[in-house]
Design a protein around this ligand. Structure first.
Ligand code: SAM
Length: 386
């Protein structure tokens, strides 16, 4: 039997509901193959559960279950079926969504996104990489997708000693996929788009933002136009600003596909754009801010908070009374409380009273596990300004 003994601190972590055990908390792990499924014990040989082992990552163990049943095909098939059944309950108005969300579906380090009839898979640990062939077979059996694409280019793979790879694992994927979210069509390039093709975690926030949007709108950091194109039906005009020419080209194609006339795209650095627009005394009724993560590490937290304050200050200064700010942070290290504080400081400096209309997070197909703070990474506040 593959067995690992963990320190007291490692055991406490498992018992507190967190699936990761760090290398420094592994007391004994001998003769184990990379990615092996292992039984986990404390120093007194008490059973703690089963995990996937990594011989390279700082996260040495990822707990799969507290039970004694084998991590075999039937185990994986049941977890995958449960994840898909949950999506049937919570995904509305969309044929693009996250079907398996790693820790959120008790399948740590496995991501599977569904884009209409195609699936995109990511395996972020040695253990899931080892299980990948079985997982691909199960996905084929349960969902009969047109194609299964692998997007394993994430930097976390290097920490596991795994190569960066992308390609088609099953079926055929020669073209882009046309999906629909909240009644708006989007083209997804599953082999070349950011992440697995798009930012699916904002899907419910697009629809929420639309219910408040009006007048002249600004979508800053617009990528392929997820917010801009969803808000357009409620606004006189939308200006979408993004620094990536590729993203704007994609956004324009999405616009054409939907025949939406009132969105204009601007290729620019949003920080420069917002500064210039503020100085030119531009005004908007609806502003979306969805920047890339400012704090990729905990050590960046204070500069990240200054960044969020600055960005939100510019936006709030340009918001007309009665206007809405939809402001997001996808930095895990910035808690919702930190983010609220940064935006509150911005509102004070902007001399505006901001009412919190909604405190939102990632879409429900990206579940948050109560005992795993890392699973709550996206913050989205909808504020009304007075
Ligand atoms: C979190 S994504 C936005 C996702 C988008 N709101 C959506 O829902 O699809 C951040 C975007 O900001 C862009 N970006 C990064 N730095 C930028 C900058 N300084 N100015 C403008 N855009 C930037 C990235 O190219 C990326 O598309």
């Amino acid at each position: 039997m593959n067995a690992v003994t963990v320190s007291e601190r490692g055991a406490e972590r498992i018992l507190s509901g967190h699936p990761w055990v760090y290398r420094s908390d592994v007391a004994r792990a001998e003769g184990l193959e990379p990615g092996a499924a292992v039984s986990v014990f404390d120093r007194r040989r008490r059973w703690l559960g089963q995990a996937l082992f990594s011989n390279q990552s700082q996260i040495a163990l990822r707990m799969m279950t507290r039970e004694r049943r084998p991590i075999d095909r039937a185990f994986l098939a049941a977890r995958i079926a449960a994840a898909a059944a949950y999506r049937k309950q919570v995904v509305e108005d969309s044929n693009a969504y996250r079907m398996i969300a790693s820790e959120g579906d008790v399948l740590p380090s496995l991501i599977v996104d569904r884009y209409v009839e195609a699936l995109v898979i990511q395996t972020h640990s040695q253990g899931m990489e080892r299980l990948k062939p079985q997982i691909v077979e199960i996905l084929q059996e349960q969902f009969a997708p047109r194609a299964i694409v692998e997007r394993n280019e994430s930097a976390v793979r290097a920490l596991e000693g795994l190569p960066e790879v992308k390609g088609v694992l099953a079926g055929e994927m020669t073209s882009e996929v046309f999906a629909e979210m909240n009644g708006v069509k989007f083209i997804f390039d599953l082999l070349n788009g950011q992440k697995t093709g798009g930012f699916l975690d904002q899907r419910e926030n697009y629809a929420a933002a639309r219910s408040y949007a009006h007048g002249r709108a600004l979508d800053a950091f617009s990528y392929a136009g997820g917010f801009a194109l969803t808000l357009a039906s409620r606004c006189e005009s939308v200006l979408a600003v993004e620094s990536s020419a590729d993203a704007i080209a994609r956004a324009r194609r999405n616009q054409g596909l939907n025949g939406i006339p009132n969105v204009a795209w601007k290729e620019a650095n949003c920080f420069d754009f917002l500064k210039a627009a503020d100085q030119a005394k531009e005004q908007f009724d609806t502003i979306v801010l969805d920047p890339p993560p400012f704090a990729r590490q905990k050590s960046n937290l204070s500069s990240a908070l200054r960044g969020y304050k600055e960005l939100n200050l510019r936006a709030l200064k340009m918001l007309r009374p009665g206007g809405y700010l939809i402001t997001c942070s996808c930095s895990f290290h910035v808690s919702e409380a930190d983010f609220l504080e940064a935006v509150a400081a911005a509102a004070l400096d902007a001399h505006c009273t901001a009412v919190v209309v909604e405190r939102r997070t990632q879409a429900r197909d990206h579940p948050i596990v109560l005992t795993v703070p890392e699973t709550h990474y996206l913050k989205c506040l909808i504020l009304r300004a007075y």
